[in-house]
Write a protein that binds this ligand. Structure first.
Ligand SMILES: Cc1cc2nc3c(=O)[nH]c(=O)nc-3n(C[C@H](O)[C@H](O)[C@H](O)COP(=O)(O)O)c2cc1C
Length: 186
């Protein structure tokens, strides 16, 4: 199974650490989306991958605006609710499996993931799992107290991220041979 992980990590590199922990279990190619123009989607050549991970820190209760813009730029895959591939956008042409991840200061990841989840589903991605953990947050006044979640993500968070990735890989391989996919726990 070929996996790509697209991430955006701008505050403390927290999400980069989580993405790094997922890399090995999935033998994934990691892409830092800050390094390319957001519209340059063809460079990722997502058709090469069976599974695509999308992750960032949570900023103002959602994934980074850059990641959301990138996802919006993906054309609907054949058979997706939004219709058949068309228009000036780019991305994979066949239905793809995806997973979503994030790091956050506090609050409910299930809600924070809604905007990205909606965009990906509308483009025909099947979300097979979601992961989130806490990360050091020194935004705004939090600097005064030295931030919250210092030393997070910690070893335990990264082990959980790796375990999540391993399960995704096993599940996807298994389901591929059985012809179906079910969501894994968040
Ligand atoms: C501008 C800004 C806004 C943030 N908004 C939220 C938020 O709404 N909810 C939350 O739980 N964390 C929030 N955080 C904390 C980040 O999600 C957290 O520090 C995350 O781990 C950063 O990931 P990164 O280091 O990969 O960028 C915010 C941080 C910044 C800098």
């Amino acid at each position: 199974m070929n996996t790509a992980i697209l991430y955006h990590s701008i505050h403390h590199g927290n999400t980069k650490k989580a993405a790094g922990a997922m890399k090995e279990p999935l033998k994934a190619d990691l892409f830092d989306i800050a390094k390319r123009p957001v519209g340059d989607l063809d460079r990722y050549d997502l058709d090469r991958y069976d599974l695509v991970g999308f992750g960032s820190g949570i900023y103002f209760m959602r994934h980074s605006s850059r990641l959301l813009r990138l996802a919006k730029g993906l054309k609907p895959t054949a058979g997706s609710p939004a219709g058949s591939p068309a228009g000036p956008t780019a991305g994979p042409t066949a239905l793809k499996k995806a997973f979503i991840f994030s790091t956050r200061g506090l609050g409910p990841p299930f809600l924070y993931h809604i905007p990205l989840r909606r965009i990906l589903k509308a483009r025909g991605f099947v979300i097979i799992g979601e992961y989130s953990c806490k990360g050091i947050d020194t935004y705004g006044l939090l600097t005064v107290v030295g931030g919250i979640n210092r030393y997070r993500p910690n070893q335990k968070d990264l082990e959980k991220a790796a375990r999540f990735a391993r399960q995704l890989g096993e599940q996807t391989d298994q389901r591929a041979s059985q012809g179906g996919i079910t969501p894994v726990s968040r």
